[in-house]
Design a protein around this ligand. Structure first.
Ligand SMILES: Nc1ncnc2c1ncn2[C@@H]1O[C@H](COP(=O)(O)OP(=O)(O)OP(=O)(O)O)[C@@H](O)[C@H]1O
Length: 610
């Protein structure tokens, strides 16, 4: 994959004013925190800092004018000038401190609030949104994009105000002394502005591409590190590196393009603005020769003109920060503007825990329906096994019931209420999902189990672990329940990870359990323990299990055979076997493969024994 695929459309590009508006809106998100006030004060104090610098300039100019008028310096004047310069220095220091305090605090608070808001929004988005994005891209939004925004608020925004402070005073002063000279000073700024705007827009467009390719490179590297075991197992180190090298090359290309395309206009902008120096000299000289301005004003204009343009030229470096922050803002907005499923205005309360699918239709990709007309009922406190060929949509049934996705047609009810009409919290409290791929967090065994119920006591966690047949092996770990689990549970076996996830589900105590049974074969002892753990989990619960093991299927009150996007057959094991349809074919095939596996396993042992 190359960066080309992630290049943003041009409508992502905002004008500078629109970006500022967006930052302003974000700063107003957390009412009562006064973030907008802090942002404004950060800018205002930096402006005052610049004005304080102007004060020192003013004192110098005062002396220059006096000298030009033929006056002689005396101690009183030297004292006055020193006092003004001292006030200017104190002003610069105080305002610099106040500006930094306000701007930094505002940027850190805003970034931390925004990170939480993004995480909260991510949690609400349908799973389809997450699957369509690289994890690395989302991580980049939460890390480097947020840092860009922080730097913009703490550094770039106040620097913009600083860049304008001194020039405003100088222009005002020149206009007061002689407006044609001030006008001459403005000409180069006016000529430079369109160039600045064009470069800024160009930088915005390339900036978003650059950050997208950077995120792409980040995603590839994360994938490389996560897939290290597979890469090594297949001895494809070079191949694994290839994709992130390609992403890095894309990133380098876009960075080089940025330099190539933007260096010239930026240098030109500097040259055009600096043209103001000779222009002002020309205008002031001509006005002096005409007798329109005195020597004092001429000298002042010649001295001041240098202090007029250098702060404006400093805007060039601020521009890069600004446009990069804008690109980050666009990437943040791609998440924040994604629609989460609508929440019910007046949530309904289910009457019981029976589950019904009523003519449910669903497709992950438009035009490729997975479920077309799925109807079935699961009575409360019963066990239903969902079986069918690979890819027939069994896991999809669980995904829809947990509302990871919403049905396109028909409806799903729990206790007679459409799950879309329940509050998110209520639905989550009703359902426990035990996934095939167990996810354990970095933390202790205790934390991982207690995750299901914050505030759970040691005794409650242990009871859940005992019911899940996990207590004994946990006690054999170096620090028992306080043993740290490595990232993803790397220091535990597959069966142990599964039992911890079952303990977590038992502790949650939800009345409906959705279980995607592991397809992978685990050793018989572990399998028995996992089966026993599941039995504890589902006691007196409504259980829907995507079943692969014959023992589980047989134990079910009802078996649903999925085929062609609907329920092809349903009933008890005996009834379905007697009917001699799909189910009996499926059962016989699976029974053959299981006995083959067992035979294969024992013959392996026999070979080893010899
Ligand atoms: N996130 C997704 N995006 C697009 N298509 C998907 C997605 N998840 C599943 N599918 C497709 O939907 C169909 C049903 O998938 P599902 O995982 O429900 O099947 P399954 O019966 O559980 O399969 P298995 O027994 O192999 O796990 C498959 O064709 C699969 O390729």
């Amino acid at each position: 994959m190359t960066g080309q695929t992630t290049i943003a459309p041009s409508q992502d590009v905002r004008s500078d004013v629109d970006s500022l508006r967006r930052v302003w809106a974000l700063a107003g998100l957390q009412r009562g925190k006064g973030l907008r006030g802090k942002v404004l004060r950060g800018i205002l104090y930096r402006f005052f800092q610049s004005l304080s610098l102007g004060l020192a300039f003013g004192a110098m100019i005062w002396v220059v004018i006096d000298l030009a008028a033929g006056q002689v310096l005396d101690w009183a004047r030297i004292g006055q000038v020193c006092a003004i310069v001292a006030v200017s220095l104190i002003g610069q220091t105080v305002f610099s401190y106040l500006s930094a305090m306000n701007a930094w605090l505002a940027s850190f608070e805003l970034a931390s609030d925004l990170r939480l808001a993004i995480l909260d929004h991510l949690r609400r988005l349908p799973m389809g949104f997450h699957l369509a994005r690289h994890k690395g891209d989302t991580v980049t939004v939460l890390t480097s994009d947020m840092q860009m925004l922080e730097s913009f608020l703490s550094d770039a925004l106040p620097r913009i105000a600083q860049a304008f402070g001194l020039p405003v005073i100088v222009l005002g002063y020149l206009a007061w002394r002689d407006w044609p000279v001030a006008l001459a000073a403005l000409v180069s700024i006016a000529l430079g502005l369109p160039l600045f705007a064009w470069t800024s827009r160009r930088l915005a467009l390339l900036g978003i591409r650059r950050q997208d390719t950077q995120a792409e490179a980040g995603a590839r590297m994360i994938e490389y590190v996560q897939g290290m075991a597979v890469i090594r197992a297949f001895n494809r180190l070079a191949k694994g590196e290839e994709s992130f090298r390609a992403a890095l090359a894309d990133f380098r290309d876009i960075s080089v393009r940025m330099v190539m395309q933007l260096t010239l206009p930026l240098v030109l902008f500097g040259a055009v603005v600096s043209l103001g120096v000779p222009l002002v000299m020309l205008a002031a000289g001509a006005r002096n020769l005409d007798g329109a301005i005195d020597t004092g004003t001429l000298v002042t204009a010649l001295v001041l003109v240098f202090s007029l343009y250098s702060p404006l030229l400093a805007l060039i470096s601020v521009m890069e920060l600004t446009r990069m922050a804008d690109a980050s803002l666009t990437r943040i907005d791609r998440i924040m503007t994604a629609q989460s499923p609508p929440l019910p205005v007046s949530p309904k309360e289910p009457q019981g825990f029976a589950v019904r699918f009523e003519n449910a239709g669903f497709s992950y990709v438009a035009g490729k329906p997975v479920l077309t007309d799925m109807s079935f009922a699961v009575p409360e406190r019963t066990m239903t096994a969902v079986v069918g060929p690979s890819g027939s949509g069994k896991s999809t049934v669980l995904n829809l019931l947990a509302r990871f996705w919403d049905v396109d047609e028909g409806r799903i009810t729990i206790g007679g209420v459409d799950i879309r009409e329940m509050s998110e919290e209520r639905l989550n409290s009703l359902i426990t999902v035990v996934f095939q791929d167990v996810f354990l967090f970095t933390g202790t065994v205790f934390d991982n189990i207690a995750f299901a119920r914050p505030g759970a006591t040691q005794a409650e966690v242990e009871d859940a672990a005992k019911a899940a047949c996990a207590h004994d092996f946990i006690m054999l770990l170096p620090q028992g329940y306080q043993t740290r689990i490595d990232e993803g549970g790397g220091n535990l076996s597959g069966g142990e990870r599964q039992r911890i996830s079952i303990a977590r589900a038992i502790l949650k105590g939800a009345p409906i359990v959705l279980l995607d049974e592991a397809t992978a074969a685990i050793d018989p002892t572990n399998e028995r323990a996992v089966q026993q753990a599941l039995t504890s989990l589902v006691a007196a619960k409504t259980l829907i299990v995507v079943a692969h093991k014959l023992g589980t299927i047989r134990a079910a009150d009802q078996i649903l055979v999925v085929g062609e996007g609907r329920i092809a057959e349903s009933g008890s094991h005996d009834a379905l076997m007697a009917a001699g349809g799909r189910y009996s074919n499926l059962w016989n095939a699976r029974a053959r493969s299981e006995s083959w596996r067992i035979e294969g396993h024992s013959s392996n042992l026999a070979t080893r024994a010899h």
